[in-house]
Design a binder for this molecule. Structure first.
Ligand SMILES: NC(=O)c1ccc[n+]([C@@H]2O[C@H](COP(=O)([O-])OP(=O)(O)OC[C@H]3O[C@@H](n4cnc5c(N)ncnc54)[C@H](OP(=O)(O)O)[C@@H]3O)[C@@H](O)[C@H]2O)c1
Length: 316
């Protein structure tokens, strides 16, 4: 604990299951030039943290070694939230100034911790890359994920028609968030269910959905792939892509340079934060758990029984 001179963080003892996560004392982070240290109150859990724990997604060079891509807390007594390259599962973390965001008015720190990673990922892909416009159709795969629950709300706020795939148990909540059509991907074909096709597909599945993602596109459609839960590779008939004058982009946020992250954070602050402060977009927090119980939080995420975000509390 800080009171006794140390800082606690969730460390990964070796690649493996949730039990390799240990809440333990670590050295206090030392900020580099341009960084500040956040006294962490809460940290969002992301699927990438699970991959890191399994040894499949190492932190980029220079990033803190502990898991955690977003947090909220205080800097010199001022409440903030932040996009991180790692290290959020800790009592203190160093972060480049350009990755700090104010806590949106009306939100608790626990709610604010659920936003930076999903807001930056979804805004940068759906708005910055794909340029979703009012009146278009956005297909969100994994509508019940942390990413999906945010994407549904942002798509709706931008005036798009939103179709979301998810298991049936999550459908009612996704309709409440603004999905116009929900598709049980375990029972229905999302291509047939997306009547009229999609202009933008936010894809977290990758390989196994590649051809059908192209099939569902309208002319001029854009696929933005951000996850590979269905594999890294797939076969694609390029003729269909060509005839539709369509594009496929794949991006990852974590490894982008700090200047790029700062640009995305600034875009989110300008275009997304007003929607959050107006209540048009709300953080969807499935539950909060003590950071010391990070192993249970990871087990929950791997079960996919959560809806939206799981948030860890540093002093929970
Ligand atoms: N590239 C980037 O910069 C970036 C940044 C953040 C996140 N991501 C990616 O975005 C994805 C979501 O992340 P998260 O942290 O929000 O995860 P999460 O909350 O754990 O959600 C993952 C969800 O994927 C759904 N899913 C699994 N297979 C599916 C399929 N075949 N079709 C449709 N949905 C399926 C599951 O929902 P059901 O219960 O409905 O099956 C599950 O809840 C992950 O793949 C993650 O790696 C990428």
């Amino acid at each position: 604990m800080r009171e006794t001179g140390g800082v606690r963080a969730v460390t990964i003892s070796e690649p493996g299951g949730p039990d390799v996560l240990t809440w333990t004392e670590v050295p206090d982070p030392v900020p580099a030039d341009g960084e500040v240290v956040v006294d962490v109150v809460a940290a969002g859990v992301n699927r990438a943290d699970v991959m890191q724990r399994r040894g499949l997604y190492p932190p980029p060079p220079g990033a803190p070694e502990y898991p955690g891509l977003e947090c909220s807390g205080t800097v010199d007594g001022r409440e903030v939230c932040a996009l991180l390259s790692g290290g959020g599962y800790a009592e203190r973390v160093a972060v480049p100034r350009g990755q700090l965001l104010p806590v949106p008015r009306g939100l608790s720190l626990a709610e604010a911790a659920a936003l930076p990673e999903v807001a930056c990922t979804v805004w940068s892909n759906v708005v910055d890359v794909a340029g979703l416009r009012a009146g278009e159709t956005l297909l969100v795969h994994g509508g019940g994920s942390g990413i999906g629950t945010f994407a549904i709300q942002l798509g709706r706020a931008l005036g798009a028609r939103v179709v979301a795939t998810a298991r049936a148990a999550k459908h009612e909540r996704l309709r409440e968030l603004g999905a116009d059509r929900v598709v049980d991907y375990t029972a229905e074909d999302f291509v047939a269910a997306t009547e009229g096709g999609a202009d933008v597909v936010l894809d977290i599945v990758g390989g196994s959905y590649l051809q059908r993602n192209v099939d569902v596109l309208r002319t001029g459609g854009r696929i933005v792939t951000i996850g590979l839960q269905g594999g890294r590779s797939g076969e694609l008939n390029l003729g269909a892509l060509l005839a539709k004058r369509a594009s496929i982009t794949a991006t990852t946020l974590r490894s982008r340079p700090a200047e790029d992250k700062a640009r995305i954070v600034a875009g989110v602050r300008e275009q997304v934060w007003p929607l959050v402060e107006a209540g048009t977009i709300r953080p969807v927090v499935d539950r909060t758990m003590p950071m010391a119980q990070a192993a249970a939080a990871h087990a929950l995420m791997e079960s996919s029984d959560h809806l939206g975000k799981i948030v860890l509390l540093a002093r929970g």
